[in-house]
Design a protein around this ligand. Structure first.
Ligand code: PLP
Length: 395
């Protein structure tokens, strides 16, 4: 059962043909505060790529220790919106203009030995490791095998050699203040590149016990290198098939505190599980029809606004609300029947949900839930040149 906040219903009541996004900021604030409370002792960064909306960043900020960005664009945006929050910078394939930001980053996540050679210090680096550990059950695997993300043991060993031999580069044991001078190479211009620890974002869509197992493996690996700082990534599960099932943050927080040893810094960087639940995408039913025995509801919006169900291959959960403009001449008496909810793009891929029980008629508003992460900002807005949705912020 999906509970639709009154503020979302109010937007639905006045919704015309143009779809709308509604972000429930008070709900986001409560959620972030709850996550913060049960993960005490662990640094909490937010992965901006899940949803970089400025209001969302501002709502999250009081509960965060920092932000994680994966591009120069995200860095510029995040530091403009929240100039005071430390920023971890990651992502494969960093271009020169991005490498130049290393001195401004709180932590720099090195993805390869070649990147480390190109890096301009001063920089506080974590080596992104791709451990050969099983990531069974994950929705997406960024590690545990051959992927372009991070480094295996050979890559890490090469980085350690570079850091040990580079003029001015400090190895893991060094905790003295930053000396003037050189980085890994080019002693003339660069500041030190200091190895702080390891970073791992191995999989997404995992429950707390599975993420804790991965954390244990990452900690063991980093300790083996003599390191004491660990970024354990994001990937906390979000279950679109069951909007009420939530990642067990309390169990995860407890587990991380149990794993940590005195003097160690543990950091996490969740994205999806922070913001997914605060977003709603509202769109009207334009047409209901039966084709070859199957009932379709065609909506005024489409997956060019909310790509999530296409990329993840799920039925996006929704509630049906009465709209402002019920069309005259209803084509059929609405009764609950298996209905496929589609947008109005000219492609059979434009599907929000398949054969789900629903009673819909033209003019109804469909409020898609769990549209606050990897939703608007990953969608192909310009396809077919339909109008963009309006944005509303509760709170
Ligand atoms: C995407 C990403 C995250 C966030 O992942 P979620 O599944 O949204 O929690 C964290 N760290 C890195 C490096 C990422 O690429």
């Amino acid at each position: 059962m999906i509970e639709v906040p009154e503020g979302v219903r109010a937007v639905a009541r006045s919704l015309g043909d143009v779809p709308a996004y509604v972000y429930d900021l008070p709900a986001l604030d409560r959620h972030a505060a709850a996550v913060r409370a049960v993960t005490e002792g662990v640094e909490l960064h937010y992965a901006v790529k899940a949803n970089p909306d400025a209001e969302i960043l501002r709502t999250l900020a009081p509960h965060l220790d920092g932000l994680e960005v994966s591009s120069g664009g995200e860095f510029a945006h995040a530091t403009a919106v929240l100039p005071d929050l430390p920023v971890s910078f990651g992502g494969p394939g960093k271009i020169e203009a991005e490498l130049a930001l290393a001195p401004s980053a709180y932590r720099w996540h090195v993805e390869s030995p070649a990147e480390l050679r190109r890096l301009t210090g001063p920089a506080e680096v974590l080596l992104r490791v791709n451990l050969g550990v099983p990531v069974a059950g994950a929705a997406l695997a960024m590690g545990g095998g051959a992927t372009p993300f991070g480094m295996d043991g050979e890559g890490v060993a090469e980085c350690l050699r570079l850091l040990a031999t580079g003029p001015g580069a400090e190895g893991p044991a060094a905790h003295r203040p930053a000396p003037h001078g050189a980085g890994v190479h080019d002693p003339g211009r660069r500041g030190p590149v200091r190895l702080r620890g390891v970073h791992a974002h191995l999989a997404s869509g995992l429950a707390a016990p599975a993420l804790l197992e991965l954390a244990e493996a990452v900690l063991a690996y980093g300790r083996g290198l003599g390191l004491a700082e660990f970024n354990l990534g994001g990937g906390m599960a979000v279950d679109y098939a069951d909007p009420d099932a939530r990642f067990d943050w309390a169990e995860y927080g407890r587990g991380l505190r149990d794993l940590a040893r005195p003097g160690e810094t543990l950091r996490i960087e969740p994205g999806r599980a922070m913001t997914a639940y605060c977003g709603w995408y509202l769109t009207r039913v334009i047409d209901v029809k039966r084709v070859h025995g199957e009932r379709f509801a065609v909506l005024s919006g489409g997956t060019h606004h909310l790509r999530t169900p296409v990329t993840k291959g799920h039925d996006q959960p929704f509630a049906v609300l009465g709209g402002a403009t019920k069309t005259a001449g209803t084509v059929e008496i609405p009764q609950i029947a298996p209905t496929t909810l589609v947008g109005r793009l000219c492609t059979p891929k434009d599907v929000f949900a398949r054969r789900v029980p629903a009673a819909l008629e033209p003019g109804d508003v469909v409020a898609f839930a769990m549209a606050g992460a990897y939703a608007w900002n990953i969608s192909h807005h310009d396809f077919l040149m339909h109008p963009k949705p309006s944005f509303h912020y509760l709170g």
